[in-house]
Write a protein that binds this ligand. Sequence first.
Ligand code: ADP
Ligand code: MG
Length: 696
Amino acid sequence: MLATPLSKALKTTTSHLKRLKELGIETVEDFLKYFPRTYTDDRQLKQIKDIVIGEANTVRATIQSIYSKPSFRRRMSVITALIGDETGSIETVWFNQAYIARTLQKGMRIVVSGKIKYDAKKGKISFQNPAFEIEKPEQIHTARIVPIYHETELSLQKTRPGRLSSKWIRDKLFPLMGFADMFPEFLPEEIQKTYGLIPYAQAIRTVHFPKNEKELEQAKRRLAFDELFLLQLAALYRRHQYRKTTHEAKKSIPADWELIKTFSESLPWPLTRAQKKAIYEIIKDLEAPYPMTRLLEGDVGSGKTVVAAAAILHVARKKWQACILAPTEILARQHLHTLSKTLAPFEISPALLVGSTPAKEKREILEGLKQAKISVVVGTHAVLQEKVEFDKLALAVIDEQHRFGVRQREALRQQGSPHILHLTATPIPRTLALILYGDQDLSILDEMPPGRKPVETHVVPEEKRTKAYAWIAKEIQKGQQAFIIFPLINESEVLEVKAATQEFERLRSEIFPNLKLGLLHGQMPTDEKQSVMEAFCKGQIQILVSTAVVEVGVDVPNATIMMIEGAERFGLAQLHQFRGRVGRGLKQSYCFLFPSSPQTNSLQKNKILNRLGALVKYHSGFQLAEIDLQLRGPGEVYGTAQSGIPDLKMAVMSDAITIKQSREAVEKIMDSDPELKNHPQLKQKILEQENVAIDY
Ligand code: ADP
Ligand code: MG
């Protein structure tokens, strides 16, 4: 019954059905799960004598008269009604809503809700375009807590008719509420009891048409709990499955603390406390009889690579193989460089396997991996998908890959389910990490290597741009290097490249004619990118103009100036990542944020300046992430599409209590029934959402 198609259950037009389908709403069940975005409280009924000018008022009244008159001059239709209750009467006017004349008649009882306007010239007050509803046993649109839905246009032309308005949705949903009782309960009774949760069916019904706040709160809490609970259950279930597959693989590697000590002493600087702790956690994990799934989180420059290197060394020394995978070739090469240097004292020389590796060399490497002659390989994520066969892969380090999906996980399973260490510079607050990466343990580098000077950050208003350019040119002539970043202007990479190219030409010929500039963008062939990066590293290029491709990982200590155009288009966390490209050497570094001009209004401008101001003040990625999260919500901060942030409807990431309770509930179930044998409905639910849920 819940699966009844809406074409059968609703009386409506095909264009409405089509629009619903575009929203993923095809059945009664889908429709009932289309939750309100917010609510308005329209319960305060007033008598007409108590009406307040300028405020929203809701009255229950009788139509005493009603007439419509087309106003040809202004091409409008006007409907005027006089409505009254026992305390008085008031004029009500609707513009351009001709259908009202067919709906309302003299003598009808209606509820009217809206603002009152006072016409000083005529000395008259009236309702202007109020919401109204004919009196019913239960009002749907007025005189209640009214659900408000995301409204969508039916077509791109903004002509009516054809909006999925909140009113339309309420009208169509209300008669379907009887179906709500058919939603089966899937939460075990014990969990419902422990956390005081109302039944699922009741929550669905109530969330649309609540009788009072208390009911509504209970419904929202139940639905929020469900979302968090199911995400985490899916994650822990997945982890259990992954661990199980490798139980037999016996990749438990006994900790060798002597080796770690020797490694640490081989480094040119002491490890930070945070690095030591992370290494300890990882080496302990490698000992376990099941594979590690761990996320190492640390600000740009916090020194994640050396932590990974310790783990790689440990694995390689125990005659196992390790791989490290980066999202781009540039980063893979950089890892190769760092690892080769770090592991040289231990006579381990990593191989590089990337798209541009010549065929012959590739064959040799593949052969070497198959026969375990090569113990460490650095490559791009693409390596995983290729026909690589390891003899005994025990560790996969995965750098900056948010969307690590079912396929990648399967590929690793094929390689005998190695220990997995994810590295990310995206500072994800702990609570959020629980939800996003519920199946991973977390190590956090919350401390920077000593001696780093915070990057001096400025938001540059348009009128100071020329001055900023002059200052930058002077610094560069003294031997510094700079980045200029351009945002993704359109969703199209082609246009982005065009914009960056044009800007590059302008900068080169007009702004910095005496300096050497280079351009880097996503559509350049790999070898060209490579040679530009190399030239920048060697100082042959003084200013690197780039689209967002340099976002992660690149390490050029002599670069001390970061300029970001259209800065307001980026999130704080992302800006912070860009900023992390500089400040890597000993010299003072600078970051200049240029908002795009012109801003449409000063309110918007202030908002932008405020947000960017956070970067001037804060230098910890974690702090900035928290602020960004509060200002913009997780979807926007981390980009739903890119990072696989689940599309939470009811739950909010700041709701630490529900997150904690749902986690607790999930752990209790997984402890006693990790295969979910006794919880078939739960198992079904999480398998259903597997496709949309984030993987580790
Ligand atoms: P990220 O976490 O951004 O990947 P890296 O691993 O690239 O950071 O490290 C950034 C820089 O800091 C590198 O040049 C590295 O050699 C250096 N570094 C790492 N750990 C330390 C430390 N404990 N003390 C001093 N410098 C360090
Ligand atoms: Mg890095």
